[in-house]
Design a protein around this ligand. Structure first.
Ligand code: SF4
Ligand code: SF4
Length: 389
């Protein structure tokens, strides 16, 4: 198990010798944890099954959690199936994750009102005022994705007040992964399967309950209300084994250290022509990615010209308009768009933000309609470096 450094925040992973003592949360007390959050005034968002996929939605009862469900994922494939297993968090993840709850897919930024014909105007920032929110069931890859979003929207030169308003007071209850799907490769990216980085509480699900770790005063206060017993050494041993087994089961990986130079040195590799012949430039990979942050800002004036709303929408480097400037498109072909995405994610992101733009969640593989797999693309370039198209 590793300690993540995404966003510059480090915290011992569950099971780390420096972590505070772990506690035992019987499965029957999970509703007690939810009630403790609700009585503290939190809106609780957690994974639920909707439209044949997993999404973070408002939760009122643990009965709404995906007990017994399993996901099967592969290149261009996502299927849920119900089993008789009693695990609450058996589904690894869905397309959405938690990004949309801090970086909204569409949101107003500025309301502009004209004072009158030929006169001035007034502009008022539209800052969201979300309810106090707890996210329950956040995976290690999504914690790392959130830390990267923090790095971009909070800790860069121009902190974003809209993101900050959603992020402030967010309580994070992580759940470690004890099973991986075929597209996962978080172990090779150092972001999982045990959660690390910033969390308030981290849970590891074993057969009949959860090993609970705290990572903040808010997390300790929350668990104190449940008066839990301390987790024994045997339980912690089971937890270590579960994470080691999950990491060992992952079928994909990326060579994190060598990637940056490999990609910079192979910008003309023929593999980019091959992948462009398959890629639909549909932008699915960027929409599901927990670290992608590209957006567009547009003004929507009223028909009478008396007011205008400035709006931010998610955008994607796969959209042709994203590279359109003053009548010129500097990435007119799919080849350049895919290359931009891959090289930014895995190479120039490191120069820009000090860490990879990939946290190994594998969503872009599962949700690519033609099954393009970035680990396969990197492996193909690494197998014949220096080739030119
Ligand atoms: S690039 Fe793909 S695997 Fe990496 S974080 Fe984004 S969606 Fe996940
Ligand atoms: S790589 Fe796949 S998901 Fe991404 S734009 Fe191309 S076809 Fe769409």
């Amino acid at each position: 198990m590793s300690d993540a450094s995404w966003g510059g925040v480090t915290q011992p992973s569950p099971g780390h010798p420096e972590a505070p003592p772990a506690q035992w949360l019987p499965r029957a007390q999970l509703q007690g944890l939810l009630d403790a959050l609700l009585t503290r005034g939190y809106r609780v968002l957690a994974p639920v099954v909707r439209d044949a996929a997993l999404h973070f939605d408002e939760l009122k009862s643990v009965a709404e959690l995906p007990v017994g469900w399993r996901d099967e994922q592969g290149p261009g494939r996502y299927r849920l199936a119900h089993t008789d297993a009693s695990h609450v968090f058996g589904v690894v993840h869905g397309p959405g994750g938690i990004k949309r709850h801090v970086f909204a897919p569409r949101e107003p930024l500025l309301q502009i009102e004209m004072d009158g014909p030929g006169q001035g105007f007034r502009a008022q920032a539209v800052i969201p005022a979300p309810p106090r929110t707890a996210l329950l069931g956040v995976r290690g890859c999504d914690l790392a994705g959130l830390a990267m979003q923090d790095r971009i929207f909070l800790h860069d030169r121009f902190p974003d007040p809209h993101y900050a308003a959603r992020r402030a007071g967010l309580l994070l209850i992580a759940v470690g992964c004890t099973r991986a799907v075929a597209t996962c490769f978080c172990a090779s990216m150092g972001t999982g399967p045990a959660p690390s980085g910033h969390y308030d509480v981290a849970l590891t699900e074993v057969e009949d309950g959860f090993i609970a770790h705290t990572g903040s005063d808010a997390g300790r206060d929350l668990l104190a209300a449940l008066a839990l017993a301390r987790a024994g050494a045997a339980m912690l041993g089971r937890e270590r084994e579960a994470y080691a087994s999950c990491a060992g089961s992952m079928q994909r990986s990326l060579p994190r250290e060598a990637l940056r130079d490999l990609l910079y040195e192979n910008l003309s590799h023929p593999r980019f022509d091959a992948v462009a012949a398959r890629c639909l430039s549909c932008a699915n990979c960027t929409m599901v990615c927990p670290t992608c942050f590209c957006h567009d800002v547009r003004d929507e004036p009223s028909l009478d010209g008396a007011s205008s709303l400035r709006v931010r929408d998610w955008d994607s480097c796969f959209n042709p308009e994203h590279a359109q400037v003053h009548g010129l498109n500097f990435r007119p072909h799919v080849r350049e768009r895919y290359r931009q995405w891959l090289v930014h994610k895995l190479a120039s992101w490191v120069d820009q933000f000090g860490a990879s733009g990939c946290v190994g969640c594998g969503r872009c593989i599962s949700w690519c309609p033609v099954g393009i797999d970035l680990t396969e693309e990197v492996a193909a370039i690494a197998a014949a470096p220096g080739a030119r198209s």
